[in-house]
Design a protein around this ligand. Structure first.
Ligand code: G4P
Length: 530
């Protein structure tokens, strides 16, 4: 039942993202959440084109689109219990990209999926660091319990040691990995017993039984689980809502996304524990009350999501008030009015016109020409939210149009990709757009940029890697001295920021030591991607 009050609507919402190392089960868990949310009526498994997604990375866009739930889907909204779930989709890239970081900037919490056989993997660690930097509450789902995996206590130990976060199991598995019987809910002591459904296409059969009955039915497995729980209880890893909200501890759930075991408990955990949208601080750190007039911030811009449309969508998260399609909002950076006649919600490949949105919701604005990542939109009462910081790039490649006859298309394309933040585009005053340098936090961003330049703009590109690996922000005064040095390059971003590039941190340290007068500032989120 619609409530129509921003504070009450915000309280019903949970806006979160799922993070994982590739293959841990993010896609599967996403599908199962949709199944439990009633948003997938067909077989859950059919959303994904099995096998095809393992193909060449450069085809990601078409591939991901074929999969339905895609890097471009951005947000999946569905009702669950009396709540509205906004599940932000982080890109399915194999390596880290800035896009993920931006999506996380729009989430209030994250679910970290671990593979029970693998534990913490490199990408889990990087994504976790992004969440940590934002003090984002994190829930943990230890997946694939239906097949042989590691010892649960050992996994918890790894979470604690590698992430420096206190794992607080909410559920505990009964039966070893590979012979998964169900979970004990530590809060109530109840045992939820699961039964398989064919291929996990429907919700798993769940039966909640008392401890006595469980002891009788599960025998040694039940006793083993109780023994483990006693050990955990002794080290004080009980659920602590405050520590969770501060990002210090993480509630842990065990399950198997493929067979739907434990999925409902996980989703209940998100609803019961993850925070609802709260007032967002502006650049002066003054929170914008939820019931203030409409405001939102743009965290993602994407062109050509749909080839047939050839349009450009700017996605914003509502921060306060009531967004109604058709309302005229102010684009804070330019001060210009913006009519929101074409506001959409993107669900997989389907787009739907959206009429209302509340704090925590995500709206895509079609053909929002001037709107860029980090921009604020507001109605009635002005507000400026802090932009989303760009990552310190660590990969730099010189880009050249393969066919000089296509230079115009090349230039249009790089301007577009720069605005979308697919790669950062750096220019040298002498060579400008002839040979810009693409800068990225992960090499995959180059592949995506090259693929899109060729396919969307008809401008094939040659990329030559450079030997630079580290960037510092500098200024006009320091530029001539830096430029005169060996092993240093100074390039400019479109926003005028000057970046000094160095071949190694060793070289940078020497320049810093020898020339303390030069401006060489660290970039935000430095080293997070290394
Ligand atoms: P990702 O998005 O994190 O990359 O992972 P995804 O969900 O695609 O899952 C990766 C693989 O792990 C898939 O198998 C998927 O079926 C499997 N998987 C996910 N959850 C579970 C689980 O709970 N138990 C088991 N046993 N497997 C699980 P695949 O064969 O690599 O791909 P596909 O051909 O099934 O797509």
């Amino acid at each position: 039942m619609p409530v129509e009050d921003p504070v009450a609507e915000a309280a019903r919402r949970r806006t979160f993202a799922i993070i994982s190392h590739p293959d841990a089960g993010k896609t599967t868990l996403t599908e199962k959440f949709l199944l439990y949310g009633g948003a997938l009526h067909s077989e859950a498994g059919s959303v994904k084109a099995k096998g095809s997604r393992r193909s060449a990375t450069s085809d990601w866009m078409e591939l991901e689109q074929k999969r339905g739930i895609s890097i471009t889907s951005t947000v999946l909204q569905f009702p669950y219990r009396d709540h509205v779930i906004n599940l932000l989709d982080t890109p399915g890239h194999r390596d880290f990209s800035e896009d993920t970081y931006r999506v996380l900037a729009a989430a209030d919490a994250a679910v970290m999926v671990l593979d029970a056989a693998k534990g913490i993997e490199p990408q889990t660690l990087k994504l976790f660091e992004v969440c940590r930097e934002r003090d984002m509450p994190l829930l943990t789902f230890i997946n694939k319990w239906d097949r042989p995996g590691r010892d649960p206590l050992e996994l918890l130990d790894e979470v604690e040691k590698l992430l420096n976060v206190q794992p607080t199991p909410v559920t505990w598995p009964v039966g070893i990995a590979g012979d998964f019987r169900g979970v004990i809910d530590r809060r109530s002591g109840d045992f939820t017993r699961f039964t398989r459904t064919a291929g996990g296409a429907t919700e798993a059969g769940e039966e909640v039984v008392s401890a006595d009955e469980a002891a009788e039915r599960e025998g040694p497995s039940w006793q083993a689980a109780l023994d483990e729980l006693e050990l955990i209880g002794a080290v004080g890893s009980d659920l602590d809502p405050e520590a969770f909200l501060a990002g210090i501890s993480s509630p842990v759930y065990f399950g198997s996304a493929l067979t739907n075991f434990g999925v409902r408990l996980m989703l209940d955990g998100v609803v019961d524990m993850a925070p609802s949208p709260s007032p967002r601080p502006d650049i002066d750190d003054t929170p914008r009350p939820l019931d203030a007039a409409f405001s939102g911030f743009v965290f993602k811009v994407q062109a050509n999501m749909d080839r047939a449309h050839r349009d450009r969508l700017a996605f914003f998260r509502v921060c306060s008030g009531h967004f109604e399609r058709g309302m005229v909002v102010t684009h804070d950076r330019t001060g210009k009015p913006f009519a929101t006649k074409y506001a959409q919600q993107v669900f997989g490949q389907d787009r739907e016109t959206i009429d209302d949105a509340w704090p925590g919701d995500v709206v895509g604005l079609v053909n929002a020409g001037d709107v860029r990542i980090g921009d604020t939109l507001w109605a009635d009462e002005p507000v400026t939210f802090a932009g989303i910081p760009s990552f310190a790039p660590e990969y730099f490649s010189v880009a050249r149009a393969r066919d000089t006859g296509r230079f115009k298309q090349f230039r249009t394309g790089i301007a577009q990709l720069d605005e979308e933040g697919v790669v950062q585009v750096l220019r040298h005053p002498d060579t400008g757009d002839q040979a810009p340098v693409f800068a990225a936090v992960g090499p995959m961003q180059f592949e995506v940029a090259a693929h899109r330049l060729e396919n969307e703009f008809g401008a094939a590109v040659d990329l030559s890697p450079t030997s630079y690996t580290i960037a510092r922000r500098t200024d006009a005064d320091s530029e001539p001295a830096l430029r005169a040095m060996r092993g240093v390059e100074v390039l400019q971003r479109a926003d005028g920021t000057r970046l000094a590039l160095f071949e190694s941190s060793f070289w940078l340290a020497r320049v810093e030591a020898d020339h303390p007068e030069l401006t060489l500032e660290r970039l935000v989120a430095e080293g997070m991607s290394s």
